[in-house]
Design a protein around this ligand. Sequence first.
Ligand code: FPP
Length: 253
Amino acid sequence: MARAQSSTLDIPEAGKIPRHIALIMDGNGRWARQRLLPRIAGHRRGSEAVRTLVESATRLGVEYLTLFAFSSENWRRPADEVSMLMQLFISNLENEISRLHRANIRVRIIGDLTRLGARLETLITEAHALTSDNTGLTLTVAVNYGGRWDILQAMNALLRAHPEKAAGEITESDLTPFLSMGEAPEPDLFIRTGGEQRISNFLLWQLAYTELYFTETLWPDFNAESLNEAIHSYQQRERRFGRTSEQCCAPDS
Ligand code: FPP
């Protein structure tokens, strides 16, 4: 594997299964509206799609799966939807954590967890403790997360840890360990369902060289075949990381 000049980590070989997939699961509300159901019914079906996705990703040998479940901007939604979403996260964690643990999955929740309420905070702490030594898929769920928040909290944490650092001295590799995803490789493939073509303040730092894939499929309809299609599209891409096509595609590069 070649190493890029920036902090971008190892470059995976083309044509392989992406090591790290990041996802924005959009379209639950529209899925529900099309069926004259309340929005929360779409989120419930969305949770089932998450279960299928985790199973498919594990089977394919994906090492890291990172899901955007609730952004810092999602607090702007109607209060009852926010409260039902929080309740859904709680019941998902309560009901799924033993199964995830048995499947050797390491569960991580990232984001500003201070606003989530005591019950969710406890469940998150327990989930981390239970699964931290697992060696299979790392499943990261971003809750009350924003990419700008992450860069700022990392910079503040770095300055607190290294008060001796002066302006102009900080490098990318100084900052990276303080980011929420500091220990994971950067995503190889980003998938957004629901037809919008935006990154929406997700992993802003880490998506710099990620291949982007957008699909009209609404999140509750995203299944194993949809994942295969996204991976197939990824496998056709030429990942150059700033190099020329000749450099990156030469047999001995
Ligand atoms: C976006 O659809 C989806 C969300 C804001 C919530 C995602 C939550 C889940 C899939 C449920 C559980 C998650 C986990 C990790 C267990 P939207 O409501 O914006 O849809 P719309 O654009 O059609 O209105």
